[in-house]
Design a protein around this ligand. Structure first.
Ligand code: SF4
Length: 227
């Protein structure tokens, strides 16, 4: 496997935000979202075997806990990632998979919590979501829309309603995008869409979704990686 980093920190997003978590961040992505904060994963990294990755997770969090497989786009390494996730489930971990939604998800083990992006217009990658992935969703999964404009919000609101997402998954997350060059102050002023404005829209529309903020951007300097 090609791995950018493995580290222990606090989960920053999803309904697991705030919990201790080991992150396995894999190298490579086939998309280029305009606000991507993980461009450092596009190249480089180091080769590791599935067994080496599993052992590193065991070392960082012995005896179980939360582990997230992320990237980049982890499902580009499906051949290795699927058995890795199954090993970690068998080891007693709660396994999260953070994915762009563009790769097929049929082979993901049933016990894995999938956190699946649907790319909105201003990401520059609208239309990349694989609709067949909707059929793979389980009640414990989560769908995430990263929003940077009113147009993104309206797209997310319509997509959520049209596909009855709130009834299919544990959470539908509407999350303001962060400016990718954000650094220094740990405030919402770095958000490309003001969270207060988003909150007001959601309240006015009675949206069946949860507003999510990237907790780690408020705890550490937004420019710091590997936290
Ligand atoms: S899918 Fe994720 S890693 Fe890939 S470009 Fe978009 S935000 Fe970045």
């Amino acid at each position: 496997m090609q791995v950018t980093e493995i580290y222990k920190s606090l989960q920053g997003e999803s309904t697991y935000a705030g919990m201790l978590c080991v992150f396995v961040r894999l190298t490579g992505c086939n998309l280029r979202c305009s606000w991507c904060d993980s461009e450092y994963t596009f190249q480089g990294g180091r080769k590791m075997t599935v067994a080496e990755v599993r052992n590193e997770v065991l070392r960082l969090s012995p005896g179980g806990g939360l582990v997230e497989i992320t990237g980049g786009e982890p499902m580009l390494q499906e051949k290795e990632v699927v058995p890795l996730m199954q090993y970690l489930l068998d080891d007693g971990y709660r396994v999260l998979l953070e994915t762009s939604g563009e790769r097929p998800l049929q082979q993901v083990p049933a016990g894995v919590v999938k956190i699946v992006d649907v790319k909105c217009p201003d990401s520059g990658e609208q239309g990349m979501f694989r609709l067949a992935n909707l059929e793979t969703l389980a009640a414990h999964d989560e769908i995430k829309f990263v929003l940077s404009s009113r147009a993104d919000y309206e797209f997310a609101r319509e997509f959520t309603a049209r596909h009855h997402l709130a009834e299919r998954v544990n959470a539908v997350l509407f999350s303001p995008a962060f400016g990718k060059d954000a650094a220094g102050t740990r405030t919402s002023s770095h958000c490309l869409l003001d969270p207060q404005e988003l909150a007001q829209w959601m309240i006015a529309d009675n949206v069946s979704a949860r507003l999510g903020l990237q907790l780690h951007k408020f705890i550490w300097d937004p420019a710091v990686k590997g936290v």
